[in-house]
Ligand binder design. Structure first.
Ligand SMILES: Cc1cc2nc3c(=O)[nH]c(=O)nc-3n(C[C@H](O)[C@H](O)[C@H](O)COP(=O)(O)OP(=O)(O)OC[C@H]3O[C@@H](n4cnc5c(N)ncnc54)[C@H](O)[C@@H]3O)c2cc1C
Length: 414
């Protein structure tokens, strides 16, 4: 693969640079540059305001959701053009976090399964950031084992009535719409009785309760449904084929999460040049620190080239495949190790977390707290390793004793 721009790509890059130079919110740069993985640039309503303003500006000029069809608000850009855009957008990509679930997971699922009318109604405002989406999959008893969900949907004429509870729903408190998987048949085996919908989060019968996280933020929520009524026209896929529809979402989720994560290498390299070890040696000159930096560099490079390999596959018209799972497995662990080294270099100061007190604007403190979640969200390390073992390496499958049993006969299922 030739990593240099072709003449057409160079021309596209110049066009992107010139638009960004004239339009990017440069006054937000200091805040965006002080953010890091797990540490937001803005607090409270400012996140929503700045993210929405930037998304709308991009959309109005034709620079939002570049690879989408034009009729839904995209630009029909090639995968390579999308990468060029991401490279050039740089720190301003920090304003896209609220839209990842909509753009990266709900949109591909809607494009594959929603009616044309619904696509035209829902996708352009989603692309513009006017409407935010969340993903209602996990439940208290069903995360890795998503097919074990118990939120019940019952058909009532042209509508469905939904009752139950979801948990860990990122961004539900800001969301206008959601994608949801429910159990419509408790008699069938667990993968066969599921039905998938999109829903309006402002409907009666939905209660969102934020969860307080270890970092002090509340980015995810519990969501309760009491007799929520959903028109049948909002069903995605056939009744009972919610598992297949969910796989479309999950495959795109791993791609969206894996490619959106900052690796942390830039921060630790920068900090190692400022910090000193306990005996006063500049950290960057310490052999043990250098050894770890080299290791992080090798892993980051591996991630970069693995991403290029997957981009190259996409540019040849192939789907994001199971081999993408490796990116998140490596990134999650590396972020934790980078944060730990950053804190170790701060010695006892590493215990501080207040932004005014902690060294390096508390970036490694927040990175450590957030990196735990990376190893869980969108598939835990163990689940992703199972996928790699079974679907990439062709090893024998995990033992799944409840696969063909009626869901109602699985202990604790009801
Ligand atoms: C930051 C963050 C954001 C999230 N956002 C959302 C969201 O927006 N929407 C949503 O629906 N969900 C969301 N989730 C939930 C996430 O999808 C689940 O937490 C995840 O799938 C794991 O499920 P669980 O928490 O129930 O853990 P469990 O599935 O109970 O797993 C517990 C442990 O058992 C291990 N384990 C489970 N099964 C196996 C197996 N077969 N083989 C080996 N080990 C196994 C796991 O690896 C883990 O270590 C989010 C989670 C996080 C951390």
């Amino acid at each position: 693969m030739d990593l240099h721009d072709s003449p057409q790509e160079a021309e596209f890059r110049a066009e992107v640079r010139s638009w960004l130079d004239a339009n990017a919110p440069k006054h937000l740069l200091p805040a965006l540059q002080s953010a890091s993985f797990g540490k937001s640039a803005f607090k409270g309503d400012d996140v929503l305001r700045h993210s929405r303003d930037w998304q709308a500006k991009k959309f109005d000029a034709g620079w939002a959701c570049l690879h989408w069809p034009k009729k839904y608000g995209g630009r029909e850009a090639s995968p390579i053009q999308r990468i060029i855009w991401n490279q050039e957008e740089g720190p301003y990509r920090g304003l896209s976090g609220l839209f990842i679930i909509g753009h990266g997971m709900a949109a591909p699922t809607l494009m594959a399964y929603a009616s044309e009318d619904h696509k035209r109604k829902l996708l352009p405002p989603m692309a513009r950031g006017d409407q935010i989406w969340c993903q209602l999959f996990s439940e208290p008893g069903a995360g890795s084992d998503l097919a074990g969900i118990r939120t019940r949907s019952v058909r009532d004429g042209d509508e469905w009535v939904i009752n139950g509870q979801k948990i860990w729903t990122s961004g539900a408190q800001h969301s206008d719409y959601a994608i949801i998987v429910t159990r419509s048949d408790f008699d069938l085996p667990k993968h066969k009785g599921l039905t998938y919908f999109w829903i309006d989060m402002h409907s009666p019968g939905i209660e969102v309760r934020p969860i307080k996280q270890v970092s002090g933020d509340s980015q995810f929520n519990e969501v309760f449904f009491t007799n929520l009524r959903v028109p049948d026209s909002q069903r995605l896929g056939e009744v009972g084929s919610g598992w297949q529809v969910s796989l479309t979402t999950l495959m795109n989720e791993r791609q969206a999460i894996g490619t959106s994560m900052a690796g942390g290498f830039g921060e630790i390299l920068d900090y190692a040049q400022q910090a000193q070890t306990a005996d006063g040696t500049p950290a960057i000159k310490d052999a043990a620190v250098r050894h770890q930096l080299a290791d992080f560099y090798v892993q980051s490079s591996g991630l970069k080239y693995t991403a290029f390999r997957s981009i190259s596959a996409i540019s040849q018209g192939r789907d994001p495949g199971p081999e993408n799972s490796i990116g998140k497995v490596v990134t999650g662990q590396m972020l934790q190790e980078i944060a730990s080294l950053g804190l170790e270099l701060q010695d006892q100061g590493g215990l501080l977390i207040g932004e005014g007190e902690a060294a390096y604007e508390a970036k490694f403190q927040f990175m450590l707290l957030r990196s735990l979640g990376v190893r869980i969200e969108g598939g835990t390390d163990e689940i992703l390793k199972n996928i790699i073992a079974e679907r990439v390496l062709g090893l024998p499958g995990d033992i799944r004793v409840d696969r063909d049993v009626s869901f109602k006969d699985i202990p604790g299922a009801r």
